[in-house]
Design a protein around this ligand. Structure first.
Ligand code: OGA
Ligand code: MN
Length: 287
């Protein structure tokens, strides 16, 4: 019933013929959810919606997160996390450097996010009109399937530690961030997650470690842990598992935070403006 056009990469599909500003039947919503599980990243082009509609549509999939970086949320909309290089009245309107490394959202929480809904308000372009600031997505189901048997054996049944601070302080392009507050630290203790995670809806195995937040494998000597993690980080982002999304203004894209990881491409700078807004679905504990 949906008009679905897969990207041809390991993941990703465009869904056509949907206007998110209009009321949506429950059956359509369920079909979209099904498409998300099947394609891992889905997107609708040419949308025109306001923040209330962004929040309301997202909320139909389940509970929404409020990001701990309160200063990056849209005023009046604690569920909307602003990703932008725009400065207004001397203050950044959102986070200027989200996701410059491979990661999934909230992977550092005991209950990582189920998925994120990302709306492109302003997309930077080069002088020839080519969009900049793409986002890359990697399929963790495809990556797990193709993982060499010896690595699968090493990580089978093992857990790895994630640390919010690791991602928070690394790879900045807007200068150092303020140190985490005690309250932020209290909300983000290190947590352990299974390295092979079962997708809660499709039951497919997913590779659930990422270079942004995973620090070590539990019960492996540090050197061995570092060696194996480097191999896993290298593996998950191989070109055959990746779809690179080139943004158009009005794109509304949903990614699954269990079956995918993502990474921002930082190849633009002011006066080229990039302004994106994200809502984040609450997830469940990995198993
Ligand atoms: C995010 C994120 C990447 C991008 O908002 O979670 O990682 O390309 N964004 O902006
Ligand atoms: Mn992210």
């Amino acid at each position: 019933m949906l008009d679905i056009k897969p990207t041809g990469a390991a993941l990703g599909a465009e869904i056509r013929g949907i206007d998110l500003s209009q009321p949506m039947a429950e059956a359509t919503l369920r079909a979209i959810e099904h498409a998300l599980h099947e394609h891992e990243v889905i997107f609708f082009r040419g949308q025109r919606i306001g923040p209330e509609q962004h929040v309301a549509f997202s909320g139909r999939f389940g509970e929404l997160e409020k990001h701990i970086r309160v200063e990056c949320c849209k005023p009046g909309f604690p569920e909307i996390f602003v990703v932008s290089n725009v400065i207004e009245n001397g203050k950044p309107i959102g986070t200027q450097d989200a996701g410059l490394f491979w990661h999934s959202d909230l992977a550092y929480m005991a209950r990582p996010s189920r998925g994120s809904l990302f709306y492109a308000h302003e997309v930077p372009h080069d002088d020839a009109g080519k969009p900049l600031g793409d986002t890359m997505f990697a399929s963790t189901t495809a990556a797990w399937r193709a993982l060499p048997e010896d690595l699968k054996r090493i990580v089978a049944g093992r857990r790895a530690v994630t640390s919010y601070a690791k991602g928070y302080y690394r790879d900045r392009n807007s200068g150092p961030r303020p140190p985490l507050t005690e309250a932020q630290k209290a909300r983000t203790p290190d947590v352990e997650h299974p390295i092979m995670r079962t997708h809660p809806y499709t039951k497919k195995p997913c590779l659930f470690v990422n270079e942004g937040y995973t620090t070590r494998i539990v019960d492996l000597p540090p050197e061995e842990s570092g060696r194996v993690l480097d191999l896993l980080f290298e593996h998950v982002s191989r070109p055959e598992f990746v779809y690179r999304h080139q943004w158009q203004e009005g794109d509304f894209l949903i990614w699954d935070n269990c079956s995918t990881q993502h990474r921002a491409v930082f190849d633009y700078a002011l006066p080229q403006r990039r302004r994106m807004e994200r809502t984040t679905l609450t997830g469940t504990a990995p198993f």
